[in-house]
Design a protein around this ligand. Sequence first.
Ligand code: BDR
Ligand code: CA
Length: 306
Amino acid sequence: MIVDCDPGHDDVFALWLAAGHPSLELRAVTTVGGNVPLEHTSRNARIALTVAGVTDVPVAAGAEGPLSRVLETAEWIHGENGLGGPELPEPAVPLDARGATELIADTLAASDEPVAIVATGPITNVAIFLRDRPELAHRIREIVWMGGSTERGNVSPYAEFNAWVDPEALSIVVGSGIRLTMVGLNVTHHALVTTAVRERLAAVGTRTAAFGDELLEFFCRTNDEVFGMPDSPLHDPVAVAVLADPGSVELTYTRLDVELAGTETSGATSVDLGGMLRREPNAWVATRLDVDRFWGVVEGAVARLA
Ligand code: BDR
Ligand code: CA
């Protein structure tokens, strides 16, 4: 699999789950401007892998911002550098000279089997790849994306952050015909970092677990300040869990559209669970999370890292 991300506290856990789970093989990481500008997300992805002792996975930078909008960032949740909390080490993983599009292309071409892409930020890089390298689209097994919601949003009443930052990119990916799974706030809001969860992860006792605990302390604090919820949802690893442990996330095949032009609802995902629009279903949408099983998967993966 390839992880396309914008670290971001929860993106780090998505990377660790992808790198540490025994049934997954992380082949490449690409980064996008999202939670913080690209310069930070590219450095943070390399730091996340460095801390975990994963130094053989290439990391390449992609788009600085959305296809046709000005980048909106989320320092208010993730801090100025995108990974507020721990002291950050120098990354031991270099930034690959190839850009994201080239790295994705090379990774797909080098694999005997189609490769899955998990995107945990604005989905700009994937849309650019599909636009620029359509001849390789059939090498993508599926796309699993954290973003959107079947319910309410987290940056506006109806829009989730990743969808809201680049809805045009999402629209391209939804229309591509490649199998797409949307893992939205309606399930990630159940993946709450409670005190018990923090204790469970910290008890793993490794360097990665200790670094993760410092990340979670900061993330829960800012989440409490912004949303009044001290138990922050850890969104992004839920998308990786769809591949790592398919039984932990229930999916529904339904109709997904994204609002591009709404005056109040730009970036809202319209998920027609009731079939009211009578349009062809076009996406799998996560509708339930086995919370305890999910944390067990995260814990197990973290335990296999440095
Ligand atoms: C998403 O937005 C980002 O802040 C998180 O990393 C996650 O990908 C949640 O809305
Ligand atoms: Ca993210």
